[in-house]
Design a protein around this ligand. Sequence first.
Ligand code: DGL
Length: 260
Amino acid sequence: MKADAPLLFLDSGIGGLSILGPTRALLPNAPVVYCADNAAFPYGTRSEAEIAARVPALLGRLVERFRPRLAVIACNTASTIALDHVRAALDVPVVGTVPAIKPAGERSKSRVIGVLGTEATVRQPYVDRLAEKFAADCKVVRHGSARLVELAERRLSGDQVDKAEVVAAAQPLFDLAREIDTVVLSCTHFPLLADWLEEAHPNVDFIDGGEGIARRIAYLTKGQSWPDTASQGVAVFTAPPPEGIRPALARFGLTDIKPL
Ligand code: DGL
């Protein structure tokens, strides 16, 4: 494995930064290519067929161009729909991002868990299977919100975003069951709003998969060689990037912005 072979991250937008952040904390010298498929943003309102066709094809192009050592689908929507298709199509290891229902099942005291994702993610059989396997004795309620995705995207792009609007967009989940004590943030955009959600619901434990995925990436690349110093990451956009996104990307080490 060449030391400069990057880790490749893919999301529809900037949500995957919530996976890149903990990964950089564990592997600071890892070269990174982060692709935001903003030409197709948002994924969460698209059909299964669209996602299942688009994501493997796009990842195939990215793998050919950047020759990564490993690809990370930093998106719950794409992972719960297309992970198997992607693994079948690519010849590099692929790490997916699926709702962290396992730790939620371990931690919940009330045994009522909320799954907050995109509309596409919350209807996936993949989520049914996770709930059956890891939270069989829990009531698992779900809410999908395209609005929260949009608000996260705007917040990171430096727009004025109203905290109350974020809290209101998540409220339908809490209206489904008052006893929710654990919420699985099942869209990678949502950890970017977690501070506001936690402030509004101080007794609720908000869980996301970012750190677990970072550990998985570190495990799968253990023993491989890396550059001696931290390298600057590349951000690739499939359409012109949102205005004002540069400072947020730079905070995650992504200073070189390129079209695909
Ligand atoms: N960040 C993505 C996810 O984890 C997708 C958001 C969207 O494009 O709808 O599901």
